[in-house]
Design a protein around this ligand. Structure first.
Ligand code: DP6
Length: 325
């Protein structure tokens, strides 16, 4: 059977960085995110006896390296479905992959939902989230709707994400400013292996539960300034860990730092905007809907920005009838 799913990427206000179990992708801490309406992956999966090998095509290219990770995920689905049919997987991102915009989150969420349906099995949302996590940790947060918490758990069955608030809870906007198409040099999976070597990691973990509590409260009460301040501090804290691991990880370009400084300048000028960063050079700018126009006017004046992608809170992964083949 053939099935297609479309899934959003997500932006974490409280980040996932560091695992206590590499194989199961169990994180060291809970994280909290928002699904993004305009960073999406669409994936079609077909299991059929006419395929003699698994075939993986991502953004029009037959994948060998990334294909292995996809095939491992297909194996998990085949195990649950108790079948051995080979599959064809075709996947398309509407944004550049491998540049720190979390294509593995949208990618593995879409692969899970399409793959499970194509294998003819029925899983609950919690089970889909658990299974997505095994492909890429942050993918488990792209399954439920809107504003999402990933419970770190202490076993496969207890580490999954749930929706805290629906996508229409709050009109906030995440404007992604793309400053380079350069692919990152160290993958998130590789980078995270070193988190324990940062002396800040212990301190980070001591304060993380309070951060989660505050973040939930700010979203619940729609307190934008408080959420913005927390988000910005949290992104910098994650990068402080990255910068202080053995073989420090530096994901920023000069343009990244320039954007961070501009955000602070615009705030001083009265525009309520805050930034967040993942493992890439591009910068996420958070504002409320009512501020979007003023922010976009400012962005037009920055020549270094190659592209902007405007996101609102979105629903999680879902099935679609628009098969890619
Ligand atoms: C910086 O989910 O990509 O985006 O589980 O190894 O695939 P793996 O890692 P991944 O890590 C995401 C890290 C982050 C922060 C976040 O989204 O929480």
């Amino acid at each position: 059977m053939k099935a297609t799913s479309i899934a959003p990427s997500n932006l974490a206000f409280i980040k996932y960085w560091g695992k206590k179990d590499e194989k199961l992708r169990l994180p060291l801490n809970d994280s909290l995110s928002m699904n993004l309406s305009n960073l999406t992956t669409i994936t079609t999966v077909e299991f059929d006896k006419r395929y003699t090998d698994d075939v993986v095509v991502i953004d029009g290219k037959r994948e060998e390296k990334e294909g292995e990770r996809v095939i491992k995920h297909l194996d998990l689905i085949r195990k649950i479905a108790q079948m051995s049919l080979k599959a064809k997987v075709v996947s398309k991102n509407n944004f550049p992959a491998g540049t720190g915009l979390s294509s593995s989150a949208s990618g593995f969420a879409a692969l899970t939902v399409a793959g499970v349906k194509a294998a003819g099995i029925l899983l609950s949302q919690k089970e889909l989230s658990l299974l997505s996590r095994l492909g890429s940790g942050s993918a488990c947060r792209s399954i439920p709707d809107g504003f999402v918490q990933w419970y770190r758990g202490n076993s496969h069955a207890t580490s999954y994400a749930v929706s805290l608030f629906p996508s229409d809870w709050w009109e906030i906007v995440d404007v992604v400013t793309v400053v380079s198409r350069r692919k990152k040099e160290v993958s998130t999976t590789e980078g995270q292996k070193k988190t324990a070597s940062s002396s800040f990691m212990k301190i980070r973990l001591e304060g993380i539960n309070e951060k989660i509590r505050l973040c939930k409260e700010f979203i619940k009460k729609r307190q934008f300034t408080a959420l913005g301040e927390l988000t910005e501090k949290e992104a910098l804290e994650m990068h402080a860990v990255m910068l202080t691991t053995d073989k420090p990880l530096l994901y920023w370009l000069p343009e990244t730092v320039m954007m961070m400084r501009l955000v602070r300048k615009w705030r001083r000028e009265g525009i309520p905007v805050y930034f967040s960063l993942n493992t890439g050079q591009d910068v996420h700018l958070l504002c409320e809907k009512k501020t979007q126009k003023r922010l976009l006017d400012k962005l037009k004046t920055v020549g270094e920005i190659k592209n902007i992608i405007i996101n609102t809170p979105a629903k999680g992964a879902r099935l679609s009838n628009n098969h890619l083949f």
